[in-house]
Design a protein around this ligand. Structure first.
Ligand code: BG6
Length: 495
């Protein structure tokens, strides 16, 4: 079946993984600029220095473990390390070529994030950096020339480093007003050019990887809870600001949706899944539902967590819920209370068990198209807000064939099944879905591993894990397939 005429087909990126130009145009450093490369087996690390000149690195984990970061250190660039975000795949210098390629595929929408420290180099400077504002202005103008709506994330793991050094992360309440000022500045500046906004990428990263999600250096349960609270309030203030500045603007929340299945029919396994779902949907209950759920208050009570809050916070959360709910979804995980050999890794660090019915890629991520239909139904039934899949895709170590092309039939196969699953949710279940932006539409650096070889794109970029390569762009087979899918509005997914 076809998708509606206004359906926003496109692709998604993030500044820290795509843009590069890390010290150009007056940009300051951000959280990821001091994060090294890693691999499927070696974690990425944040590098640091102490006042006495000692330097070192702390491994970052996706999956709940606390970051071990010295209390007397500051995150910093250290000689001898490779930092993939510095050049990434260089959208900064290739944006004209890249937007042209996206337009050739027929994109209706392009998701990107603003590099907060390109606009405010220290996070909260008295005036924004004009050169930074001008860069995105050129990007948005070109998007409109090609008939593409930008979908802009305000914060995709790009907390300005200077704020992290001064406040040590989002658990400091001062971050709320600093973020509101940043949001107001860009809403005013890009009024009429950007209609769709997201506040925090994968807001539940605050629990899964708080260094990324919240720039948290002093990582513990209390600071994670406070960091999430502060982001909720900041996001509500951004929704209020957007509506004041331009009633046409729509601000969405963004959740990492990680469906979990029970490994056995033991009721204890179902309870485990329920608890997992609560910890994920807590974020949507607040931002889309407008209130803290009772299970979360009980959890905080049990764990002795006390929020530094104001009565006004809860008014803001109630009155300024998001206009739409977006999410990433790559696959599913399996949980059990039972001892089993079949341990799984991957999928944003969910510590679970391998699903015997699903295939995994080289990084252990299980691909599960049905989980899109499940996710869409769960979220639609719970909130009745318009939904948007803003990340989905498969990381693969693509190879250039002898004919100079990239024959990524595995990616086409993945996307066929995933798009069919969202078609089912729309056309069988009646879910209101606004759009679909495939993750990493032009190859970019992997967030989890910092590698280039974990590629998602419709377009190959010649760059390797150590920063070698010409940065040349080569459309893959999936490029031509996706172009056709957009042309026929998803009614024909065949090759
Ligand atoms: C999401 C992030 O978690 O997954 C992206 O929003 C990330 O930034 C994507 O790149 C895929 O993860 P990875 O680790 O394969 O890059």
């Amino acid at each position: 079946m076809a998708f509606k005429e206004s359906f926003l087909w496109g692709g998604a990126t993030a500044a820290n993984q795509y843009e590069g130009g890390f010290d150009e145009g007056g940009k300051g450093l951000n959280a990821i600029d001091v994060v090294t490369n890693g691999s499927a087996t070696e974690p990425r690390c944040v590098t640091w220095k102490k006042a006495d000149g000692t330097t070192g690195k702390s491994p970052i984990s996706w999956g709940g473990e606390y970051l071990d970061f010295p209390a007397d250190a500051e995150p910093a660039l250290v000689d001898g390390f490779y930092y993939p975000s510095h050049t990434a795949t260089d959208f900064y210098h290739h944006y004209e070529e890249d937007l042209k390629l996206m337009a050739e595929m027929g994109f209706k929408c392009f998701r990107l994030s603003l590099n907060w420290s390109r606009i405010f180099p220290n996070g909260d400077d008295p005036e924004p950096n004009q050169e930074g504002l001008a860069f995105y202005d050129k990007v948005f103008d070109l998007c409109h020339q090609y008939g593409m709506e930008p979908l802009v994330t305000l914060s995709h793991y790009e907390t300005p480093l200077d704020l992290m050094i001064r406040f040590r992360g989002w658990h400091d309440r001062r971050m709320i007003d600093i973020f509101e000022n940043y949001a107001r500045t860009v809403f005013k500046y890009y009024k009429g050019k950007v209609k769709y906004w997201l506040t925090f990428n994968e807001i539940n990263a605050m629990e899964m990887c708080p260094y990324m999600g919240g720039g948290l250096l002093d990582d513990n349960a209390q600071n994670r809870a406070q960091g999430a609270h502060n982001q909720f309030v900041a996001s509500a203030k951004a929704v209020r600001a957007a509506h004041e500045i331009d009633p046409e603007m729509m601000v969405g929340q963004m959740l990492a949706y990680q469906p979990a299945y029970a490994y056995t029919c033991d009721p204890a396994d179902q309870v485990l899944v329920l608890e997992h779902d609560q910890q994920m949907l807590f974020y949507t209950d607040v931002q889309s539902g407008g209130r803290y759920p009772d299970y979360q208050w009980k959890k905080y009570e049990r764990e002795g967590i006390k929020l530094d809050d104001e009565p006004e916070d809860y008014e803001l959360l109630k009155n300024y819920t998001v206009d739409f709910l977006s999410f990433s979804c790559y696959g599913s995980g399996v949980l059990t209370t039972h001892e089993t050999e079949a341990k799984a890794s991957g999928n944003l660090g969910m510590n679970g068990v391998k699903n015997p019915y699903l295939e995994t890629n080289a990084w252990g991520w299980a691909t599960d198209p049905q989980c899109l239909r499940l996710a869409l139904n769960t979220l639609w039934d719970r909130y009745h807000k318009p939904l948007w899949i803003v990340e989905n895709g498969i990381g693969w170590s693509d190879q250039i064939a002898e004919d100079g092309k990239i024959h990524d039939d595995y990616r086409i196969k993945y996307l066929q099944a995933n798009i069919q699953s969202m078609d089912d949710a729309v056309n069988i279940d009646g879910v209101d879905l606004m759009g679909y932006t495939m993750w990493g539409c032009i190859d970019l650096v992997s967030n989890g591993t910092g590698e280039m070889k974990k590629r998602y794109g419709f377009v190959y970029v010649d760059r390797d894990d150590r920063g070698n390569g010409s940065l040349k762009r080569i459309p893959k087979d999936s490029f031509y397939w996706y172009k056709k899918v957009i042309e026929n509005k998803g009614s024909d997914l065949s090759i």
